[in-house]
Design a protein around this ligand. Structure first.
Ligand SMILES: [Cu+2]
Length: 146
């Protein structure tokens, strides 16, 4: 019985682990050269084996405008991975969730800079926040609640 159970667990887990290996880890990050929390977020991703292509620019606003990121979702840095936009201090778990389920959106965003998100650590303080998704038409929805 125990062996049967282990076999079923293996069947369930194996495709997920396998799929995770196939997900892209090549990410481009646009950020201001003076942005400290952006660097921390980049380091956080590197800690999860992402290949991070950092592009420093003093005009991050035009990047956001070019990719039609809704203004109310704006944060410090804008990233691109596998055809999706990642705006702000998104966790790598939520990035992988996006790449795994591939919803029909342009990207996801953590608006502002909630305390406790990767790169925004302040001791033990953790603010609750929502990861929002946005699409081509400007529709905004909750992607994940934290
Ligand atoms: Cu930031």
């Amino acid at each position: 019985m125990k062996i049967l159970f282990q076999f079923f667990v293996m069947l369930l887990v194996t495709p997920l682990v396998f799929a995770d290996d196939l997900l892209s880890r090549d990410i481009t990050v646009y950020k201001n050269p003076e942005c400290g929390c952006c660097v921390k977020w980049v380091d956080y991703l590197k800690g999860y084996d992402y290949n991070v292509n950092v592009i420093n620019t003093r005009d991050v606003l035009s990047i956001k405008a070019k990719h039609k990121i809704p203004e109310q979702l704006a944060a410090c840095h804008t990233a691109m991975i596998d055809g999706y936009i990642i705006e702000g201090h998104v966790t790598e778990r939520d990035i992988r969730r996006l790449l795994l389920f591939r919803p029909e959106v342009k990207g996801i965003a953590v608006p502002g800079m909630p305390i406790g998100t990767p790169g925004m650590e302040r001791g033990d303080t953790i603010e609750s926040y929502n990861v929002m998704s946005f699409d081509e038409e400007g529709n905004i929805e909750v992607f994940v609640e934290h």
